[in-house]
Write a protein that binds this ligand. Structure first.
Ligand code: CR6
Length: 826
């Protein structure tokens, strides 16, 4: 494990007083085994030990947790609420041990009980409550907020089934239900007393109240109860332990079905079913969003519960409603929670009786919005009929917000009705639809993109009119990832070397890794660096063998692309290159190419046929290549099934080369790119998302750059792109496509990949063919660089050394300073 306890972790007698020593841990694990699981050591299963240890660790968090909550309640400070439909928190036990600084103690305690800590940790089910980057980002931010001791709460949905488990059968992705709660979740504390009601459907009526004020009453057709399920989020070696509060839906028993559904018993039952299934399952779409009724209900459900909870906390603090925005700021993680604009207005107007202007002022000062995509098909919109039937009152409020907003636009730009139509919260061009990104922008005091390039494209394209109207509201906060999980926890070998070389402070201040630069050319240091990487590759090779049966050689160049499968991310560009390499090696067995092991991992949205076909293609290539004796010792292709946070722990530390090859202008930021960099992988990438900044930090000479720039992509598409021209100009590319089309990688069935090949030849929306030649040339430079181990190792060390900027601590400080006006309270 990375770090020995630092000064903030008590040792000796003090540790015993806090229960942080091995002896008291051992005692508690035994106690918990009996008292919580009714087991005794002789019959305890490994999972029983996992539960007993986790409960013992949770107990050690409780004191800090309660203290932290009390501190926030007492202090006159603003609390940051991170509203997100996804929190991909990953396994908790190892991380909590690391942050508490009691990993060694836990190891000793378990050993004394005859158990191996690593085996126990490996048993934890992954809470896969997110799809990919956006959900994992939310989890990294919670870790940094706690570590920086900033008052914060995460608010989201407690899905009973998280992201599906991916199995591979005959090369195809098969989705299996993720039953992560089946054996219980020792980290969660359910709070039946913290519960709120959320309205759906029905109708509204306006009336004048006792004081003669105009009030709207929403008579719902159905109500759902949201119950808080809390998970502790301890900071790294600090006393602060924040809360992740996820809402679980329950049916409201007392609700009288007969009142609103006279004669329509089945209709009424249907509505009840909605309430019971609201928090059942995570929608498995990364981008784009699928417009399902239940999904909108989920969004409104968690947003309403969260805002009601914030109002209750304000009351507990004894603060008047006027101070709401001084006490809370709510960050909207993409548009999924953007209904908060209308819901906060509703709560302030209808439930608290505020006037419009005052309610609007509070709402705007409270909310801030992060955009995570420019892809037009991923920008969330909701058709009016669906929206009205589910959320009649919020819809009225949206109309009124829009009316006032468009008046403002008209005043600024008299006669410019096309601008008014462009900016409206309602898209009237086809079926009328609510534009959630516009709603979020109008209702927020700050809007940000997630990497420098993305934020400028956001200002220039999708939100251009808004940036013109309110330039001061637009910001950039480049994403970051937590060095606790993605370096200290997942790469203990490297972490030890870092401790020794730059001191343990790097875990909480990643810029200290700069101290490695001085050792980049030191031959002895380089040897140690390589030995650590090699050991990590051996571990991954083991996992690959048990997951796929394929044996890979850790001496090969590990070339890895793990992320959701999407055409814009261009796993198929990588696949085309593999096919070309295979052809070259078949033709010229003497070629002096470095042995390579290509590793892919990632899930495809279940309804995304092309992405699923790309998985099939990679598996098809793997089957042929891995069974061809001529490729032995030269080429291996692996599709690692069910890529998730848990498997990521083994993958990032073992990478030599990180594939970040999206079409320029399409990947908002990427965060995997940062995790690879921290772990000493070199990047082959386009100038897209945060790659631009990664290259800036690493130095252009330590980054393999290729491909069209965002402006080239835009121009090419505007002027008319002809993929066939690129195929005609490049023999290798044509042969690769022909071989795929011939059925060579689909057991002779030439139909299988036809849709993929035809799509590329005719449309190639993401310009894979246009970038192919440059990509292949760049891969040749990678090959040459790999043949010089000292040069490669130097670049690897420099990449880690210069990854400091990509710590989520830096990102969270920026949110705190620029967007939340929020300071740590240590
Ligand atoms: N899919 C972006 O595509 C970014 C993350 C987190 C994404 C990705 O580039 O790193 O958000 N966007 O900011 C959405 O989810 C809409 C993602 O993970």
């Amino acid at each position: 494990m990375a770090a020995n306890p630092t000064t903030r972790v008590p040792g000796g007698a003090e540790a015993a007083r806090h229960g942080l020593d091995a002896e008291s841990l051992q005692r508690d694990v035994l106690d918990n085994l009996v008292s919580l699981q009714a087991r005794y050591p002789a019959i305890a299963t490994p999972h029983d030990w996992y539960m007993a240890l986790s409960y013992s660790v949770r107990d050690r968090l409780l004191l800090r947790w309660v203290d932290t909550v009390q501190r926030y309640a007492a202090a006159d400070v603003r609390v940051a609420c991170y509203l997100s439909a996804e929190f991909l928190i990953g396994p908790q036990l190892g991380n909590n041990l690391l942050n508490l600084g009691i990993e060694a103690q836990a190891r000793a305690a378990m050993l004394a009980l005859g158990q191996d800590l690593d085996t126990v940790i490996a048993l934890e089910e992954e809470p896969g409550l997110g799809n990919g980057g956006l959900g994992r980002l939310a989890a990294c931010y919670l870790d940094s907020l706690a570590t920086l001791q900033m008052p914060a709460l995460g608010y989201g949905i407690r899905y009973e089934f998280g992201i599906f488990r991916q199995a591979i059968r005959d090369g195809w992705q098969v989705e299996e239900t993720d039953k992560w709660l089946q054996k219980g979740n020792p980290w969660e504390i359910v709070r039946p007393d913290v519960a709120y009601y959320v309205n759906f459907g029905g109708h509204t009526q306006s009336a004048t109240d006792a004081e003669g004020r105009f009030r709207v009453r929403w008579t719902a057709a159905n109500q759902v109860k949201g119950v808080a399920c809390d998970t502790p989020v301890p900071g790294y070696r600090v006393e602060t332990c924040n809360t992740l509060r996820l809402w679980k839906s329950e049916a409201v028993e007392s609700f009288d079905l007969a009142d609103f559904n006279v004669g329509d018993y089945y209709g009424a039952v249907q509505e009840k079913v909605i309430s019971e299934t609201l928090s059942k399952v995570l929608y498995p779409n990364d981008e784009p969003e699928m417009g399902k009724r239940l999904r909108l209900a989920q969004q409104y459900f968690f947003v309403s519960c969260s805002l009601q909870d914030m109002l209750r906390l304000l009351e507990l603090k004894g603060e008047p409603i006027e101070r709401f925005a001084d006490m809370f700021v709510a960050q909207l993680n993409d548009t999924h929670p953007s209904i908060a604009v209308a819901e906060l207005m509703r709560l302030l107007l209808d439930e608290r009786g505020l006037q419009w202007e005052q309610a609007w002022d509070i709402t705007r000062r409270t909310l801030a919005y992060t955009n995570h995509t420019l892809l037009p098909e991923a920008l969330e919109t909701w058709g009016l009929p669906l929206f009205r039937s589910l959320l009649p009152r919020p819809l009225e409020i949206i109309y009124e917000i829009n009316r006032r907003f468009l008046d403002e636009v008209r005043q600024r730009h008299p006669g410019d009705e096309s601008r008014v139509a462009r900016m409206s919260l309602i898209d009237e061009s086809g079926d009328r639809r609510i534009r959630m990104a516009h709603l979020a922008t109008v209702g927020s005091h700050a809007v940000n993109g997630v990497a420098a390039l993305h934020s400028s494209l956001l200002r220039e394209t999708v939100l251009r009119d808004f940036a013109e109207l309110w330039p001061e509201r637009f910001h950039n906060v480049t994403n970051g990832v937590t060095p606790r999980r993605f370096l200290a926890l997942c790469n203990p070998g490297l972490a030890r070397l870092l401790d020794e070389t730059v001191g343990e402070g790097w875990i909480a201040d990643l810029t200290r890794l700069r101290g490695l630069e001085a050792h980049a050319d030191d031959a002895a240091f380089q040897r140690r660096w390589r030995a650590i990487k090699h050991a990590n590759k051996e571990v991954l090779a083991q996992h690959i063998q048990s997951a796929t049966g394929v044996v890979v050689d850790p001496r090969a160049l590990f070339d890895i692309q793990v992320k959701r499968i999407h055409e814009y991310k261009r796993q198929h560009l990588n696949a085309l290159y593999m096919v070309a390499l295979y052809q070259r090696l078949r033709r010229e067995p003497q070629l002096a190419l470095a042995p390579r092991c290509f590793v892919f991992g990632g899930k495809a949205a279940p309804g995304y046929a092309m992405a699923k076909l790309i998985i099939r293609l990679i598996n098809g290539i793997a089957e042929v290549v891995n069974n061809d004796p001529a490729m032995e010792g030269r080429l291996k292709v692996i599709f690692f099934p069910n890529f998730n946070v848990k498997s990521a722990h083994h993958i990032y530390p073992a990478a030599d080369l990180s594939e970040q090859i999206s079409t320029a202008g399409k990947e908002a930021s990427g965060t995997g790119n940062m995790k690879f960099m921290m772990n000493g992988a070199l990047t082959i990438g386009t100038l897209d998302g945060a790659n631009v900044e990664i290259r800036e930090e690493a130095g252009a000479e330590n980054f393999f750059l290729f491909g069209l720039r965002a402006q080239d992509v835009e121009r090419l598409q505007r002027e008319g792109y002809r993929p066939a021209d690129h195929v005609a100009a490049h023999d290798e590319l044509r042969e690769a496509l022909d071989l795929i089309a011939s059925g060579h990688f689909s057991r002779g069935e030439s139909e299988v990949f036809r849709p993929l090949v035809e799509n590329l030849m005719q449309w190639d929306h993401f310009l894979a063919l246009a970038d192919y030649a440059d990509y292949a040339a760049c891969q040749a430079r990678v090959d040459a660089a790999w043949q010089d181990p000292a040069g490669w190792t130097r670049m690897s060390i420099l990449n880690t050394a210069r990854s400091g900027k990509f710590s989520s601590d830096r990102a969270i400080r920026e949110y705190g300073d620029r967007i939340w006006s929020l300071a740590p309270i240590g």
